[in-house]
Design a protein. Structure first.
Length: 211
């Protein structure tokens, strides 16, 4: 799907987990598609924060810490929430995740940001104008978060909100058919540092593509 739609750089941010990131990264690499490994972290305030990491290993380490230390031991009911599957590079089932990944962690927004930075990652406030975003949950964007990149879901948000200079947009695709190109980034190479610089350049090295 990425090849068909001309996407050559993608981020993987599963909810509260990086359990399938290594497999997906290896598969996409075969088609020349670079991957920024990440996690969509669900904070105790019911806010989603996108965390991006410099390597698959660092994302996996953070994911293990999140599950072992900060995710309540609530078992998933697959009849309600579906099955949380692990797969291999041939898309064959290899295991199940029984801890419910759709629940909030015990981390606050500030604790999330601090822990991600300590893991050499970068945080983006996710879909601030949609459910589980800052505006919908808190009613406003606290000034201390305006220095972070903000992900916007709707083009109209730009006309009515003061969102700072570093804005992002993503497909937030939960299925293959929803994947689409959403940003153009200017970078010397597809590395984590170039990604960081592009999304914090105040629009000088990034441009949002709207549908």
């Amino acid at each position: 799907m990425c090849v068909r739609k001309g996407i050559d750089w993608i981020a993987i941010t599963d909810h509260n987990s990086a359990g399938n990131t290594r497999v997906i990264t290896n598969v996409l690499r075969r088609s020349g598609i670079a991957v920024i490994p990440g996690i969509e972290i669900h904070t105790i305030e019911d806010i989603h924060v996108l965390a991006y990491f410099p390597s698959v290993s660092s994302a996996e380490a953070y994911s293990r810490w999140l599950k072992d230390e900060k995710l309540p031991a609530v078992e998933i009911d697959p009849e309600i929430s579906g099955y949380q599957l692990y797969v291999n590079e041939d898309d064959a089932f290899t295991g199940l995740e029984n801890t419910w990944l759709g629940q909030p962690t015990r981390l606050s927004i500030d604790e999330t940001i601090e822990s991600v930075v300590q893991s050499s990652g970068i945080c983006v406030m996710a879909h601030v104008d949609r459910k589980m975003g800052l505006i919908s949950q808190l009613g406003f964007i606290p000034p201390e978060y305006l220095s972070l990149p903000l992900e916007v879901a709707f083009e109209g948000t730009l006309k009515s909100k003061s969102l700072g200079r570093n804005l992002m947009h993503s497909s937030d695709a939960h299925s293959l058919e929803l994947i689409r190109p959403t940003m153009l980034l200017t970078a010397e190479k597809r590395s984590f540092e170039d990604f960081r610089e592009a999304i914090t350049s105040g629009g000088r090295r990034s441009r949002i593509i709207w549908d």
